[in-house]
Design a protein around this ligand. Structure first.
Ligand code: HEM
Length: 387
């Protein structure tokens, strides 16, 4: 792609710093990770350096800091330092975990021993939540890629961060409906949820402009550790799954996915996802409440609920199209995943089965088409009920 192509598309959501820099980073490794790591990784990727040389340089930096185990005293600084250490560690992923330098692994483990809430691998919470919170605070964000590709990588992380609130608002509004189905204002609650989901969907649609080149530059650093923990992925984005749970009951295959995913959701989200999985499975979800008559819909509310499901499906179809463009090899060549084709599937796919794995370790085609399949099946039940 030509240089100018990256920035010439005005529709692509370019993010500018939320705040001007106000306070220095609380991680002693920030100057290296923010200022030098992307260039070092580019040099190795282009054969201008080796992983051995990179390890020697990083171990020297570590030794200069508190004799290999950098020290911080508060939890926020510890989370940032862990982010830096894990960015350094994941830089070796393209060469496989055998390339992880022992002193780096020791520093990650020592940090975790002191602050048990920290992850030992680059989780969604570390990559997106901790990284973007620092962006909100200081305007600094960690990326693996250099220069223009780095800016696009930054926007990919911020895209997830900024998409959480509208999906969360939709969840909160639907939760209020499910918990108090007799309250007045059902249509207004659904309209509020629809409005937020509309934001969420349009936000996603803009990511069709993210050049595939940028995605391929950073993706190798997000992968699961072979035989170890799953990598960071939208698959562990909490608001989207809370929204699905409050909208419809979990299917058995979605249960398999949730069983596997739970430890990879951000720490704060795990009890909430567990709670809503249980509630939803017991019938506390919008679909079951409508179908068993607890939640009464007038025409306005019924139309809006259908639009809520359609808009959530639009989000997932837009995302599916973008992913298919970025990772064509992850989709069976003979199966174009249109709405019609997905609706006609005999059921959900096995997300743990064969097929190209995503950074989450689940099969990409399984995760993304199942997510659409469940919404289309719910819409079908709802229209049959309303007819
Ligand atoms: C170039 C842009 C993007 C690409 C290529 C992409 C790719 C993927 C892939 C391959 C998966 C399958 C799971 C896995 O990683 O193993 C996935 C899942 C997911 N991604 Fe993305 N993603 C992109 C942008 C986004 C953005 C901006 C968001 C949030 C607004 C997002 C939210 C999700 C969600 C929620 C899932 C789980 C499936 C679902 O519940 O619908 N993705 N993504």
């Amino acid at each position: 792609m030509k240089k100018t192509d990256l920035f010439s598309r005005t529709e692509y959501p370019r993010h500018t710093p939320a705040r001007t820099r106000t306070s220095p980073s609380r991680s002693p490794l920030a100057p290296y990770v923010l200022g030098h790591l992307p260039a070092d990784l580019t040099a190795v990727a282009h054969g201008r350096g080796t992983y051995g040389e990179l390890a020697a340089k990083q171990c020297r930096i570590l030794r200069e800091l508190d004799d290999g185990i950098p020290q911080v005293t508060d939890a926020d600084s510890a989370a940032l330092l862990q982010l830096d250490l894990l960015f350094m560690l994941n830089g070796y992923l393209p060469a496989g975990p055998s390339a992880f330098p022992r002193p780096l692994l020791d520093a990650v483990a020592a940090q975790r021993a002191r602050f048990p809430m920290l992850d030992l691998y680059l989780s969604y919470e570390t990559l997106i939540d901790v990284n973007c919170a620092e962006w909100d605070r200081t305007g600094d964000i960690r990326v693996f890629s250099e220069s223009r590709l780095g800016l696009l990588e930054r926007d990919f992380y911020l895209g997830h961060h900024l998409a959480e609130p509208p999906a969360r608002i939709a969840f909160d509004l639907l939760r209020a409906l499910v918990l108090e189905p007799d309250a007045v204002g059902t249509a207004a609650f659904l309209e509020g949820a629809l409005h937020s989901l509309d934001d969420f969907r349009s936000h996603m649609a803009q990511y069709g402009r993210l050049p595939t080149e940028a995605f391929h530059a950073f993706r190798p650093y997000h992968m699961s550790y072979p035989g170890g923990p799953r990598g960071a992925s939208g698959a562990f984005m909490p608001s989207v799954h809370l929204l699905e749970l409050v909208l419809l009951p979990p299917t058995p295959q979605y249960g398999v996915y949730l069983d596997e995913s739970l430890p990879y959701f951000p720490t704060w989200a795990r009890p909430l996802v567990t709670e809503w999985r249980t509630l939803s499975g017991q019938g506390d979800n919008v679909m079951d409440a409508v179908l068993d008559g607890r939640l009464k819909l007038d025409d306005r509310a019924a139309t809006t609920l259908l639009r809520v499901i359609d808009t959530f499906t639009d989000f997932r179809m837009a995302h599916l199209g973008i992913t298919r463009k970025a990772l064509p090899e992850a989709f069976a060549a003979d199966a174009r995943p249109t709405r019609k084709a997905i609706a006609a599937q005999a059921g959900e796919r096995d997300v743990l089965g064969r097929g190209a794995p995503g950074t989450s370790g689940f099969t990409v085609q399984g995760v993304l088409t199942n997510a659409v399949y469940r919404l289309l099946a719910a819409r079908r039940s709802l229209t049959e009920f309303l007819d």
